[in-house]
Design a protein around this ligand. Structure first.
Ligand code: LLP
Length: 431
């Protein structure tokens, strides 16, 4: 199986975290998201332990909650001693509602409004990761009004291309995020932030991209960021407390994807950081990282029921399901590849190639093409693996389809964490 939390039981049914997925489809209905809570906790512990071991005792992982945002996951993050990154007042609202301590929240985003900033500061959030000078002005002005000092990290673009897909390639000089070192604008925003009252500049942030499968781009980013920080120390005497290296560790969606070991990657990046600090005499900053996908993706499975199977003679076959781009838009958006299997016939040979089509009125509403399955039949339970990240988070109500529930599984025990949206929920704002 693609990941060690997946297996097949004596009935030939797919299991996730020891729970029979076919039984869960029957109990909760389809389409349905499952999330292996045990797996997410294990990953949080790996990040926490390895970052402290290989970076320093002050190092800390922040859960990049854009990957999957609902109350239960913030509660879990808090229990696992994670801080969190939020990118919108909506994510902030859910994190606070779930009891996440505000001082452990880092607020991201390249276009924060005055209202966002006020809301976050009134809630007492720990840090802004400030993108631009307008944002700094807004934070400083409100901090002055509140007679307080707000902690800030500056988002810097190191100028790295980690060769991932364009939609998630964020560290290049011409990125919409942050200020580039290469153009001199990073130094400019540093000087500006340092000149503002009511702002405490704690350090710098970079995020180079997502779905990265080796340590080199992270080491390169660390090099560029530390070289920049050393230059500021030498020129202005400023020594940063914190360096946030962002998220991006990749996840296997299919057997063809490479594998990257989280602990090993952190060890190699840590060794590299210590080496640069030793060479430059820069005190090891507090290192933060922001894993999203690598914490939750392989904990997720989505279950659908096959509605019909259509073979277009001489062309191809479709298996149509009761969900689609509304619960997983990643193939439609990025042609992201997934692994599919029939949960109720998980031992049977997968020798039938078909396109898995969603139910929306849109030809591009596909979950995958040329997917290999046992020949599906109406009523089969189709499982798409590795859907924990950027699925529920990116779900929509297109075609007025309602959003799916999330069932969390801990050591084989299932608990409903998000209930299925009703038509009344969906129309609640319509007057
Ligand atoms: N930190 C920052 C500032 C980010 O922008 C992101 C992701 C992360 C951390 C987490 O990265 P991760 O560890 O998940 O790779 N919708 C796309 C992914 C967009 C990622 C945006 N930023 C997808 O479905 O692949």
């Amino acid at each position: 199986m693609l990941h060690s939390n997946l297996s097949v039981n004596e009935k030939g049914h797919l299991t996730l975290c020891h729970a029979d997925t076919v039984a869960l489809a029957k109990k909760y209905g389809t389409p349905l998201y499952l999330l292996d809570e045990t797996r997410v906790r294990e990953k949080c512990r790996t990040y926490n332990r390895a970052m402290k071991q290989y970076f320093s005792e002050t190092a800390r992982p922040l859960y990049a909650s854009k990957a999957l945002s609902f109350k239960g996951i913030y509660r879990l993050a808090k229990e696992e001693h994670m801080a969190v990154d939020v990118v919108s007042p909506g994510e902030l609202y859910i994190a606070l509602a779930a009891g996440m301590p505000p001082e452990d929240i880092y607020f991201h985003g390249n276009a924060k409004t005055v209202a966002d900033i006020r809301y976050a500061m009134d809630a007492g959030i720990g840090y802004f990761v400030a993108d631009n000078m307008v944002e700094l002005d807004r934070i400083s002005a409100y901090a002055k009004e509140k007679q307080m000092t707000q902690k800030v990290l500056l988002r810097i673009t190191p100028g790295i291309d980690p060769h991932t897909f364009d939609a998630v390639n964020t560290g290049k000089v011409d990125s919409k995020f942050g200020s580039a070192i290469a153009t001199g604008q990073a130094e400019e925003i540093f000087r500006y932030a340092s000149s503002l009252d009511h702002i405490q500049l704690c350090g710098f942030h970079c995020h180079i991209g997502s779905q990265i499968f080796d340590e080199k781009p992270f080491c390169d980013a660390a090099d560029l960021m530390l070289t920049f920080m050393v230059s500021l120390r030498d020129k202005y005497g400023y020594v940063a407390e914190t360096l946030n290296l962002g998220g991006g560790i990749g996840v296997r969606y299919t057997e063809q994807d490479p594998y990257i070991d989280i602990e090993d990657t952190l060890r190699l990046v840590g060794t590299h950081l210590h080496k640069i600090c030793d060479e430059t005499g820069y005190p090891m900053p507090q290192i933060l990282m922001e894993p999203g996908r690598s914490l939750v993706a392989d904990a997720g499975v989505t279950l659908y029921e096959v509605q019909n199977v259509k073979t277009i003679t001489g062309y191809k076959s479709y298996a149509a399901i009761d969900g689609g781009m509304t619960d997983n838009p990643r193939y439609a958006l990025y042609q992201s590849k997934y692994t599919a299997l029939l949960a109720n016939r998980a031992n049977e040979e997968a020798d039938f190639s078909c396109t898995v089509a969603g139910r929306c009125c849109e030809s591009g509403d596909l979950i995958g093409e040329n997917m290999l399955l046992p020949k599906p039949a109406v009523g089969d339970i189709l499982a798409i693996l590795v859907t924990g990240a950027y699925n529920y988070a990116m779900a929509s109500n297109y075609n007025c389809l309602t959003k799916l529930p999330i069932v969390m599984i801990a050591d084989g025990i299932d608990t409903l964490a998000v209930r299925r949206e009703t038509y009344a929920d969906m129309t609640a704002c319509q007057l």
